[in-house]
Ligand binder design. Sequence first.
Ligand code: 8YV
Length: 324
Amino acid sequence: MTNSKLRVLLTRRWPQAVEDAMAQDFELRVNQDNRPMTEAELAEGLAWADVLCPTVTDSVSAELLGAPNVRARLLANFGVGFNHIDMAAAKTAGVLVTNTPGVLTDATAEIAMTLLLNSARRAGEGERLVRSGRWQGWHPTHMLSTQVTGKTLGIVGMGRIGLAFARQAHYGFGMRVLYCARTPRSDAALQGLPAQYRSLSELLAASDFVSLHCPASPETHHLINAQSLALMKPTAHLINTARGDVINEADLVDALQQGVIAGAGLDVYEAEPALAPGLLDLSNVVLLPHMGSGTTQTRVAMGECAMANIRAFAAGEPLLNQVV
Ligand code: 8YV
């Protein structure tokens, strides 16, 4: 198989520079509409392409992967998270899967910090007030908020992004860092960060800010629910840049309405772009549209990372970021 003959399908528009580079090496098809492809279109794409490049908005199901006319042998995912792909079905069908780790770590950690600062310091509320034209000027008790510096941050899932965010928080804002993960990390893995391992319930009870960085999986589905929210301090804020279904969103709405916790900052949702009823009405939640990795630099790097995996596949070399 030569590079020039490999059929590659992008399910969404990618940064132009990466599309141009891909078009030079491969027979490239791009979903020009820039809307999620329908199931029928994905089925047709899997039958046409050697390599399909899905994103978080494409559900690559067992049914699609098990169809008899599937030609694709590689899913080069645009993104690090791959919970939208049925991995067991990919394995059974002999379809390889790669992702784009590393290149989006800092950008995603930055959005977690944006949400943390915004939620703690009520920046969204403040901006809405100024824009409304109803701001009546400064006074000593106006829009008081929560200071971040020196507080305790609990990281749930100490992978690349969790660690990058913990480092920003510790070295930038003097925060004490607790973390929970499947296993404690070595000092070397923590890169010298003085982070302390805790169970989830200990972490929830002790943290002023809790930030989620674990992958979506059956084990983490609704990890944060009414029960776990009740363990948090009433003054605490919850940040989610991981995946929406790690939180039971309806339970979070209840907790924010009833003051079980003080605030939340969300970049991801259970049924994106739909939001749980009541979420939009709350002033103590900061809502971003899944933009964690959304810098030009990072989206280009994600495309280049996927392209490098496709080139390796085309050359019959080991894949750089194989997850199945
Ligand atoms: C991406 C993400 O924007 O990489 C991930 O897992 O959540 C985001 O950074 C999205 O997944 C692209 O498919």
